[in-house]
Design a protein around this ligand. Structure first.
Ligand SMILES: NC(=O)c1ccc[n+]([C@@H]2O[C@H](COP(=O)([O-])OP(=O)(O)OC[C@H]3O[C@@H](n4cnc5c(N)ncnc54)[C@H](OP(=O)(O)O)[C@@H]3O)[C@@H](O)[C@H]2O)c1
Length: 191
């Protein structure tokens, strides 16, 4: 089983870490204060932080990220208007991370799953599915195996270019929940 280093100690960090641990993976955490000083253990790094924090973390770890799998779970919303994404049209936060750290294998995952649906492992009675997009088949297999071992389904959403659509789905889901049209414990399910 892979070892995952999760950067962040908030809601999603704990939920994803718990899921991976349920499946038998080992997990370590790096808190906000430890960014840059704590070592990246293992081959997989999960960025469980708000999107504006990502660039600073990439700068802090620099070359240490080469060869690692980076899992981007962010929904890059405009936090002022809550009415758009901040990435250029057609692009994604995940694509920006890949461009900044070309020696890494970036995966987009978990951004379409509200935290509660990863803890409860179901959405409205349907098993939760984690959609994963990325260009490296081995990196995707490692993440998919660890997530499925934790008791949640996985669907390969395709190449990293599909992160654009995953971020659009995540954005729409947040606006629906923020508008109280769906619950933060619900959201999109796949049957
Ligand atoms: N919550 C959900 O249901 C959900 C679902 C899908 C995707 N996401 C995405 O998951 C990410 C994390 O969300 P969350 O709900 O877990 O947020 P959260 O509970 O607020 O946790 C955020 C974590 O990031 C850390 N952090 C903040 N700024 C940082 C910085 N500049 N450098 C390093 N660490 C920093 C925080 O540390 P401090 O508190 O010490 O500052 C905290 O540990 C976001 O990108 C969000 O879009 C969330």
């Amino acid at each position: 089983m892979a070892h995952f280093t999760i950067i962040g100690t908030g809601n999603m960090a704990n939920v994803i870490g718990g899921l991976l641990a349920d499946g038998g993976s080992s997990v370590s955490y790096i808190s906000h204060e430890q960014v840059g000083s704590a070592a990246l253990e293992g081959d997989v790094v999960v960025l469980a932080v708000p999107h504006p924090a990502v660039d600073g973390i990439l700068d802090a770890y620099g070359d240490q990220l080469a060869g690692k799998t980076i899992i981007d779970i962010t929904n890059p919303l405009n936090f002022e208007t809550f009415d758009s994404l901040v990435v250029p049209a057609g692009s994604s936060k995940a694509a920006e991370i890949q461009a900044k750290v070309p020696g890494s294998h970036v995966l987009k995952a978990f951004n379409t799953n509200f935290a509660a649906t990863l803890t409860g492992k179901q959405v409205g009675g349907v098993p939760t599915t984690v959609l994963i997009a990325g260009d490296d088949a081995t990196a995707k297999q490692v993440l998919a195996g660890a997530v499925e071992a934790g008791g949640v389904k996985v669907l390969d959403a395709g190449a990293l270019s599909r992160a654009h659509e995953l971020e659009a789905i995540g954005f729409l889901q947040i606006t629906l929940a923020a508008g109280e049209k769906i619950s933060w414990t619900g959201g999109f399910a796949i049957v």
